[in-house]
Structures are given as C-alpha cells and as structure tokens.
Write a new protein. Structure first.
Lengths: 254, 234, 276
C-alpha cells in the first residue's frame, strides 16, 4: 500500500519564478479528489510533483511515510492529450504491462479485460492512432487501469474531448474508482468537478487556498478567491487584481 | 549525343547477355554496401538515440560534430582507413587491405554518421512528445529506446536508405582501400572509373545507368514495404 | 544490455560476411601502373601464370609514385613499374630484393589533328616540345608524380623549357592518370605525352593523333621487383619469386612480344636470357 501521499512544504521554481509555493498536503485512501483553479494556477505542476515527474525545489514528497519502495509502480497518469505508440490498440496496453514484466498469459487476460471494460475490445487490432481522440483517451485509461494502480492521476482528461466522449471518460473514471483506485485529477470544468469530486482542492497562484469535502465546498467555500472562482470570476490571474493583505503580488507568474 | 545512345545500347547489351563479369561486380557492390549499411544501422540507430536522450557535458559539441561528419569526404575516409590497414599501419597484421572487408569498414565509417545524426533528430522529436507518458509508465530514456526507434521507423528507414545511397555511390574510399582488383574488389563505381580512364565513355555511362537502376529498384522496394506496413499498423 | 546485443550483432554480421571471402586462395598482390593494366596485357598474360602454378595474381593499378609507396609499406608482394631511378632507389633502400628487366615500349607525343604548333615534321622530341612551348599551344600533363610524369619532366629539361612557370597557362596539370589526362587532352584538344600501350587501347581520342615517336629519349623500360621479405616478413616471397621467374621466362616473354593492340605490337620483351 503506497498511500498516504504526503507533501511537506513543497515549492517549485523554474525560470526564476516560484510556481508552487509552500504546499503541505496529505492524501489518504478513499475519496476522489478534484483539483480546481484558474489557468496557470499550477494544477498540472502540482499533479506532476505528486506523481514524481518533476522534483520539488524544496520540501519532500513521500509515500507511506517514505517506506514505500518503488511507489511509481503502483501509480499511473493520464494526460490531457493521450500519447499512443504507433502500434495497435492492444499492443499499446501490452507495452505498459511488458514494462512491468508481467507474464504473457496474464497480460493477454488483462488486456482483454480492460479493453472490454472501456468498450474498446472491437478495436483491439486497429492502429491506435487512427482512433478518435475520445477513443484514444479511453485507451489511455484502459492502459493505466491495466496496471492496477493504487493511485491514478489525471490531468484535465476531458479538456480536448467533446461532451459525449467526456461522458464516456467520466464513466470509466467512476468504474476505476469503484474498483479501488484513488483518483486525483485536475479540471477546469466546474460541472465535471461537481459531478466527480468527493473532495476539492482549490489552487491559485501556486498555493493551496482551500481543501474541503465537495458538498460543503460547492455550497459555500470559505476562501473568498474560491468564491470568486465559483462565480466565474478569477478565470485567469491578472496583475493588479490582488491587493489583499497576506497575498504578496509577485511578478513573473504565468 | 551519340555517347548517350551508345550508353543505353551498352547497358542494354550487358544486361541482356547477363554478362558474367557484370553480375559478379553487381553482386559484390550489393554485398559491400548492404553489409556496410546494416552494420552502420546497428551502430548508428542506438547511438543516435542515446545522443538524443542523454545529457552529458559536451553534448552540444557532439551533436554538431555528428552532423558535420555526414559530410565526410569519401576519399579522406579511404585514406585514413588505408593508413590504418596498411602493413605499415597499426592494424596491418590482419591483412585486410585490398579485400571487401576493408571496403566495408570504410563505408561503415561513411554511413554511420548519416544514420546516427538523422536518428538523433527523430528520437529527440519523439521524446518531446512521449517523455512524460513513458516516464509515468516506468520507462526512462534507456528503456524507451527500442519503443522510440520502432515508432520512428518510417523516418529511420529513409535515413538508412540515405546511407545506402551514400555507400553505393561513392568511389573514393573503395578505390583506395580495395584497389579495384578484378574479380576481388571491383565494384560498380570503381568499374565506371576504370572505363572512364580507358576512354570507354559509352560503356562507363552504361554501367552508370545500371547502377542507377539498381538504386532505384532498392528504393522502390523499400517504399512498397513501407506502404504495406503503414496500412497495417500506421 | 542493449549495447551488448548491438555489439555482438555487429561482430557476428561482420564475421559472416568477411569469412565468405577469407578462402584458401593462393594469390600474390602485384602493384603496378595503370598504363600496363589499361593496355590489356595483364588480361592476356596473367591467366597463363595462374594456369601453370595455381597462383592468382591480384593486380592493384595506381600511379608509379603510389605503387612504390604501397610497396614500401609492405602492402604488396611484387612491384612492376616503369621508372628506373625510383626502382633503383627502392632496391637500394632495402625494400626490394632485385630489379629485373621485363619489357619496354615507348612514349609518344600526341596532339590535336590540326597540329597548331606544327611538330609533325620533327623527329626530335626536345625540338618538338620546345616548339610547343614557343607556340604556347595547350599541353596537358599528368602532373601526378607517376613514372610517366617524371619522364615527361625530364623531356622538358632536354628541351630546355621550364614548365613550372607556365603551369595554368598553356601547360595544364591534371594531377590524374593517363586515361583521365587523355580524356582532357581530347576535349580541349591539347598536346600530351602518353605511353604507347594506353594510347593504342584508348577509345576516346577522336580529336587527337600521334605526332612524335621514335626518339631514344622516349624509351620506356619496365622493371619487376620482389618486395623484400627481410623487411616485410609477411610478403609471399616464394610465390612472388615464382612470378618473377615466370614473367622473365621465354614463355612469358614470347606472349609479351606477341601482344597486339589494333594490330600493332605494344610491348617489347627485354628480360636478359640469364635472368638478371
């Protein structure tokens, strides 16, 4: 078991700017966490720091108190644009399983299972790249699911999809969660957040401003920037908007 | 213009009669160049991929140098290989001079930079697209190389064909290290050079036409194979 | 891991390919001049040696300068060239065992059919060359440090002309073999000096004709030398010596004399009867 995931005073700097600032946070097993915030707030960076694709400039990311060896093996991530190899649908899933040295018979069974569960079985021998982007994203989920991850990170998984495909993807995410995987995802679609979240994290300008269970949050967030965000304001950061005390205006933020 | 007409006539006559000398020369040319390209690909593809994926001090210099080596003059390579393989040189004991092996060595040196430099570019571009997802799946640069090479295969095949073009067309290197010995190290390009030096221009041109036809056939074959596999896997 | 597989694949590939030609063939490497090879004499002569002894002769044809350098490095077993001073130096320096006469022919001056410098009437090659220089008619030189080239330079000395000053004007140095030089001369058209064997066999000479021959200065002797096994232990001394003995034998010498190009005798056998 690799959870809980603990972030201890994480900061991340690049190009002379602090993009993630002093985040301390803990993820236990169970709920589906949805991370929201304006564009450029640092949601995607945050996700990548959790998953280990980027190393923090300061602070520590630890799994199961640091005792989880090879925590990467039990995580998976799906990106906004699916990345498929130039081979068949089934072969793409197979590749991920081969990387984990899973024996052939087990791979074949798993592939069949996840393709069935994501509705892609009839496309198994098609070249992955001729699929529509919605189908490719489902394939990305199938590939991730095949690894039986304990934690699944998703970075704006439906941002490039039409509503029908988005719906299909959300159903799959539900199914993966029901099967026992911890879901941590970002989205800029508030409707999606309302549909999927058990727990909400609001990030703005690199800081976690609020973390709360979904219902109370959407009913009435405590943080006033979160309130503004829910009202549809604060869609992107612009300079000079913030003169609140306790908030330093920093330049160079994207 | 009579020379061109004579050239086509000469080429035709040679082909139709399946001239024994010609078939021997063609066979040797293919053997030398195809072997050299195969070895160059075995070295160049992983080397180019490694250069694309790994960071180390002096990397930029290595990339620039590799690109520059694509323009190595064949006669210079021939000279260097001669100095290495000559009895008076460091590798003389192997007695490789004036054999097809020496010609293969020289052509490997010519072709490897082409394949490696092009592979580096292809893999670098692919890695930009694939890196995050591959790392997420547990494949760092080292483990990703085979998958990247396979995914870039269409462009890489073109790179290999470019290498073959270079090898089969050059005369400077094989002349020096092979010696153009009849029935031993005489290939298409050195034959053409020989006929020119004898003033047999029509025959030389005819051989040139045959060489072009050979190259065109190989490229056409590669193209057809690519198209077929594209339909299957894209 | 990966690198290991790649490396073994390369070695395996290379070995299979080259093993195919490693063979049990008996052969010697003869390095000689392009003029002899291009004349077609070897095609007539060498198969007879192979038939008699089972030894194949692999001929590497380059200019005299390069031939001697190859032999000095030990990259050949037998040297057959046509520049006496260089041959003598080769033996004197210990790289060759002994020089034997094989055959001779001659050099000729060829030039444009219209003969702009009017040398056709002259029998004396020195006078002919001096006239070309005076008329500043185009002359193409091999300029490649070959036996032919060295001979040509010595003839200019006889004519009393310093050609180094004229290089790039009427005197053009191609830096290449006899064939390429003849191609150039034919295209300009220009005068040039050639050996008779190459000239007779050459196909691309429609604009040229033979103008000067017979002057004793144009004598062109060929010598054969075994590369010294004391200096280069790997040299196939026995087989090489067998070749030298054969090519200076009456059997081979008769073939040399009988060789015709366009009905004309191209080479004159000159090996001493007692083989010196």
């Amino acid at each position: 078991m690799i959870l809980p995931l603990e972030l201890d005073n994480i900061s991340f700097e690049a190009g002379g700017a602090r993009l993630i600032k002093d985040i301390t946070c803990r993820f236990e097993s169970g709920p589906r966490t949805v991370i929201i915030g304006p564009n450029g707030a640092g949601k995607s960076l945050f996700l990548r720091l959790c998953h280990g694709l980027i190393q923090p400039s300061q602070g520590k990311v630890s799994w199961h108190g640091g005792a989880a060896a090879e925590a990467g093996r039990y995580q998976a991530m799906v990106f906004q644009r699916p990345v498929m190899l130039r081979r068949s649908v089934a072969a793409n899933v197979d590749y991920a399983l081969k990387l984990q040295h899973i024996p052939r018979r087990e791979r074949a069974e798993t592939i069949d299972q996840v393709l069935h569960q994501t509705g892609l079985r009839r496309l198994a021998d098609q070249p992955a790249r001729v699929l529509s982007i919605g189908e490719q994203q489902k394939l990305a989920l199938a590939r991730a699911w095949a690894l039986k991850p304990q934690v699944l990170f998703l970075d704006e998984p439906t941002a490039s999809l039409d509503p029908a495909a988005s719906h299909g993807v959300e159903e799959i995410i539900d199914a993966i969660h029901a099967a026992g995987t911890r879901i941590i995802m970002t989205t800029h679609d508030l409707g999606q957040a309302r549909r999927l979240a058990d727990e909400v994290i609001f990030i703005n300008r690199g800081r976690v401003l609020e973390k709360a269970p979904a219902e109370p949050f959407f009913a009435a967030p405590e943080n006033d920037l979160a309130q503004a965000f829910l009202r549809g304001e604060l869609l992107w950061w612009s300079r000079g908007r913030d003169n609140r005390k306790g908030e330093q205006s920093e330049n160079g933020e994207a | 213009m009579t020379d061109f007409g004579d050239a086509f006539a000469a080429a035709f006559a040679l082909l139709v009669s399946l001239d024994a000398d010609l078939t021997g020369i063609v066979a040797l040319s293919l053997r030398v160049s195809l072997t050299a390209v195969a070895i160059a690909a075995l070295i160049g593809l992983p080397a180019g991929a490694a250069l694309a994926l790994f960071r180390f001090p002096g990397r930029t210099g290595a990339v620039v140098a590799l690109n520059a080596l694509m323009g190595l003059p064949p006669v210079v390579v021939g000279l260097i290989v001669y100095l290495m393989l000559s009895r008076a040189g460091p590798l003389g004991v192997f007695g490789l001079l004036f054999t097809p092996a020496a010609m293969i060595i020289a052509q490997v040196l010519l072709v490897t930079p082409i394949i490696a430099a092009l592979a580096r570019q292809v893999i670098e571009d692919l890695w930009v697209e694939y890196e995050e997802q591959m790392r997420s799946l547990g494949a760092g640069p080292g483990r990703a190389v085979p998958a990247l090479l396979w995914d870039g295969r269409f462009t890489l095949v073109t790179a290999v064909l470019a290498g073959f073009g270079r090898a089969s067309a050059e005369v400077g290197a094989v002349m020096i290290v092979g010696g153009n010995i009849d029935h031993v190290t005489r290939v298409m390009t050195t034959s053409i050079a020989l006929e020119v030096s004898k003033g047999n221009l029509a025959l030389a041109l005819g051989l040139g036409i045959i060489l072009l036809a050979l190259s065109a056939t190989i490229n056409a074959g590669a193209f057809v194979i690519q198209e077929i596999t594209k339909r299957r896997h894209a | 891991m990966f690198i290991r597989h790649v490396a073994t694949a390369i070695v395996a590939l290379f070995l299979t390919v080259t093993a195919a030609q490693a063979g049990d063939e008996k052969y010697i490497t003869l390095v000689g001049t392009t003029s002899t090879d291009n004349s077609g004499l070897y095609d007539k002569l060498l198969p007879l040696f192979t038939a008699k002894t089972g030894i194949k002769v692999r001929v590497v044809s380059v200019g005299t300068g390069r031939a001697i350098r190859l032999a000095r490095n030990g990259d050949a077993d037998v040297l057959l060239v046509h520049h006496r001073p260089s041959e003598d130096k080769f033996v004197a320096d210990g790289h060759g065992v002994k020089r034997h006469d094989v055959m001779y022919n001659d050099f000729i001056i060829v030039g444009p059919k219209e003969d702009p410098a009017g040398i056709r009437v002259l029998k004396d090659v020195g006078a002919a060359l001096a006239q070309i220089a005076n008329a500043e008619s185009l002359f193409v030189s091999r300029g490649d440090d070959s036996g032919t080239h060295k001979k040509e330079l010595s003839l200019w000395q006889v004519a009393g002309v310093d050609v180094s000053k004229a290089s790039g004007t009427w005197y053009r140095e191609t830096g290449s073999g006899m064939g390429a030089t003849l191609n150039t001369a034919n295209a300009m058209p220009a005068y040039t000096m050639s050996d008779r064997g190459t000239w007779l066999k050459f196909q691309n000479k429609s604009a040229l004709t033979l103008l000067t021959e017979g002057d004793p200065h144009l004598f062109n002797p060929y010598g054969v030398i075994l590369v010294n096994p004391a200096r280069h232990p790997h040299v196939k001394a026995e087989m090489g010596q067998a070749f030298i003995e054969w090519i200076t034998s009456p059997e081979a010498q008769t073939v040399i004399n009988a060789y015709r190009i366009s009905g004309r005798q191209a080479f004159f056998a000159s090996a001493a009867k007692n083989g010196s």
